[in-house]
Design a protein around this ligand. Structure first.
Ligand code: ADP
Ligand code: MG
Length: 322
């Protein structure tokens, strides 16, 4: 679908505008990286940097309380926040959880909170992060859950979106597309994988795939100085759910893999020689695929199996437009 897009009114234009305002009003030596990446990076006196991220989930947008179990919603809310820590190759430490609980006749706000917290705690236990505080409110509106997570870098430091170089191999974890078939409710933040990859390959850039491969790879390329990429259509790992979903709509499995949101896999770039050297031993431990190469020429292009080249236009979700 083609929209006439007002360049000033999209989510990303708004975030750019906020970034400009913030730049002129505040500066702290402690802030190593502000708005624009998966996490902010703060210097700590302990040597390792601190990572800080927040994500808000709303009933009707990221989940549906009339369809989804509250424990599952709690798990998802925590997991998507942890995914941003994974995207920097960090280790999560602690989380704050704020809730706006719905007041409904058929279910008390306290009951909603208790079931939600079970799911939050399931994810917190699984990924070893401490739930250390939050804020509780109730209102006549729908359920909203907002989480902030503090993490720490490893000795290798954080992996930013902005470090890609021409010639880099582009890798993704897992398989992509069709998460709306149900997987989006139980995302697996790739924390362990991110650290293993960074340790083995010394990653140049990384992002977690929340808005779709094309859109999120686009963030890496744009923030790395306006680079481009060529992707090999036959190498993109397509999830079985993407094939299933394509039977129900007019998009191909490949289109689902390129554009569906909420995969929460990782996309990273690395020196192609490091990948060739480290590939065999890494593949014994985790599912990884090389899908293409970073180019000096801007724009994301797809090399089809028959050799033809097509441009890809990201269709990631924009909260202010879609
Ligand atoms: P992600 O998908 O990784 O959670 P987003 O696309 O939500 O990232 O956000 C992109 C960047 O913009 C992040 O660095 C985020 O912290 C920042 N950001 C988003 N909304 C705001 C806001 N209202 N004020 C300040 N920074 C924001
Ligand atoms: Mg992210």
């Amino acid at each position: 679908m083609t929209h006439t897009r007002d360049r000033r009114s999209g989510e990303f234009e708004l975030i750019d505008w906020i970034r400009e305002q913030v730049r002129t009003t505040a500066s702290s030596e402690k802030v190593k990286l502000g708005i624009g990446d998966d996490c902010a990076i703060l210097a700590s006196s302990g040597g390792r940097d601190l990572l800080l991220t927040t994500d808000m989930l709303m009933d009707g947008r990221h989940f549906r309380t009339d369809e989804h179990d509250l424990q599952t919603i709690g798990y998802k809310a925590m997991a998507v926040n942890l995914s941003d820590i994974a995207a920097m190759a960090g280790v999560p430490v602690a989380a704050l959880v704020s809730v706006a609980l719905p007041r409904h006749r058929d279910q008390s706000a306290g009951d909603v909170a208790r079931r939600l917290v079970q799911g939050l705690q399931d994810a917190a236990t699984e990924f070893d992060v401490a739930l250390v505080g939050g804020d509780t409110n109730a209102w006549g509106g729908p359920l909203v859950v907002s989480i902030a997570v503090l993490g720490e870098t490893t000795g290798r430091g954080a992996v930013l979106r902005s470090g890609a170089r021409p010639g880099d191999a582009i890798l993704v974890t897992g398989a992509l597309g069709g998460s709306l078939m149900g997987r989006h409710l139980r995302p697996r933040p790739r924390l362990r994988e991110a650290i293993m990859l960074h340790e083995a390959l010394d990653l140049h850039a990384m992002v977690d795939i929340s808005d779709g491969l094309a859109a999120d790879l686009g963030h890496i390329l744009q923030q790395s100085g306006g680079l481009g990429a060529i992707l090999d259509a036959g190498d993109i790992p397509i999830h079985a759910d993407a094939r299933e979903q394509s039977l129900r709509d007019s998009s191909s499995p490949l289109e689902h893999a390129l554009h569906d949101g909420e995969d929460f896999e990782l996309c990273c770039t690395v020196d192609p020689r490091r990948w060739e050297q480290g590939r065999e031993s890494l593949l014994q431990k985790l599912a990884m695929t090389r899908i293409g190469t970073v180019t000096q020429e801007p724009g994301v292009r797809l090399r089809l199996v028959d050799g033809r080249i097509e441009s890809i236009h990201p269709r990631g979700f924009d909260h202010l437009r879609d």
